[in-house]
Design a protein around this ligand. Structure first.
Ligand code: TRP
Length: 332
């Protein structure tokens, strides 16, 4: 069976953008691929090293997010990055295979550096996190990495490292492929191009009904439409993007008719938003229910993490042995 490895930084709860970008694919593919999902706490430290205390609680919350959307711990292995020290070892070896200039050209790293305002004072750990991500993916010999579009440059960089390693030391590592969601990028509730915790424009998978309603009712729509009787734009209007992403089969014809009316100017923003609230509630309600069931079993989460980490660790030790053998540093 081919393998999936993917993961998230446990810096907060997961949101609708995570769902469409990656979680949906993970749930769908977990029976066709041997699936490993990593809580990237070491990577989270690269921009949260002043607040390591945030990680423990967020690890639990993200695991609850996974379970509540339908990740089945019987078939998917969930583990914690910092508990796999072999990843750090691999990272050190891979560092030699990447140039500083190449890291500085990584478009996602570039964007994040700008967003965080590091200026000339970029922490080395931050700049190098794509190398550590290559170690995450390759220690498991993953074939497929379901991720959001912003992660494509990381997978590309991983592939380069793999090619370089295999060329130098022999064919040991697997070149992975990225898989992005059908809806590649969900805009924020404020209309910004990306739903992102740091921008404060997210709807979390664990938000309650009142919160979802409040966030949707204050969503950004077509900025040029002032009155409900004016024709409005559907393309690029986040309310319609969400409808396209979350309306199930039974709502499809209604979505089409709402779009037509919106473009003609015969429906108000508030009516479309009320419809979106209904659609999102239908999507989120079963997720909330499953979350509550798992929240009531904190020991189960510990067990999932412990067993998952043990399983991943064995894989890591095996890969590291192969890597050291290939590099001719398995002295005795
Ligand atoms: N960089 C990913 C994010 O910010 C998290 C991550 C860490 C990851 N290691 C990974 C994703 C390995 C896929 C594969 O969301």
């Amino acid at each position: 069976m081919k393998r999936i490895l993917t993961g998230d930084r446990p810096t907060g709860r997961l949101h609708l953008g995570h769902y469409v970008g990656s979680l949906k694919n993970r749930v769908k593919l977990q029976h066709d691929y041997e699936t490993f999902i990593m809580l990237a706490d070491v990577q989270a430290m690269t921009d949260n090293f002043e607040h390591p205390e945030k990680l423990e609680e967020n690890i639990r919350q993200v695991v609850l997010d996974y379970l509540s959307v339908g990740i089945d711990p019987k078939v998917s292995t969930i583990f914690i990055q910092s508990k796999i020290p072999e990843i750090a070892e691999l990272t050190v070896f891979y560092m030699n295979l990447v140039t500083l200039a190449r890291l500085q050209r990584n478009p996602t790293v570039k964007d994040e550096m700008k967003q965080k305002g590091f200026g000339a004072n970029v922490p080395l750990g931050f700049l190098a996190y794509p190398v550590s991500q290559a170690a995450d993916i390759t220690f498991l010999k993953a074939d497929l990495v379901p991720v959001g579009v912003d992660q494509i440059p990381m997978i590309e960089q991983t592939r380069e490292i793999v090619r370089k390693f295999n060329e130098l030391y022999g064919h040991v590592l697997i070149e992975p492929e990225a898989l992005v969601g059908e809806v590649e990028r969900l805009p924020g509730t404020d209309g910004k191009s990306k739903m992102s915790k740091s921008l404060g424009n997210v709807i979390n998978l664990s938000d309650d009904s009142a919160t979802v309603k409040k966030k949707v009712m204050s969503m950004y729509t077509d900025p040029n439409r002032i009155h409900g009787d004016e024709p409005g734009k559907v393309d690029g209007n986040p309310v319609f993007t969400y409808l396209d992403a979350f309306a199930g089969e039974s709502y499809k014809s209604q979505v089409i008719s709402y779009k037509e009316k919106y473009e003609k100017g015969t429906i108000k923003d508030v009516e479309v938003k009320e419809f979106l609230v209904q659609v999102l509630e239908e999507f989120l309600e079963p997720i909330r229910k499953r979350r509550a069931e798992f929240e009531a079993q904190p020991d189960l989460i510990d067990k999932i993490l412990k067993e998952g980490t043990e399983k991943a660790r064995k894989e890591a030790q095996e890969t590291l042995n192969l890597v050291k053998h290939a590099m001719k540093i398995d002295y005795f």
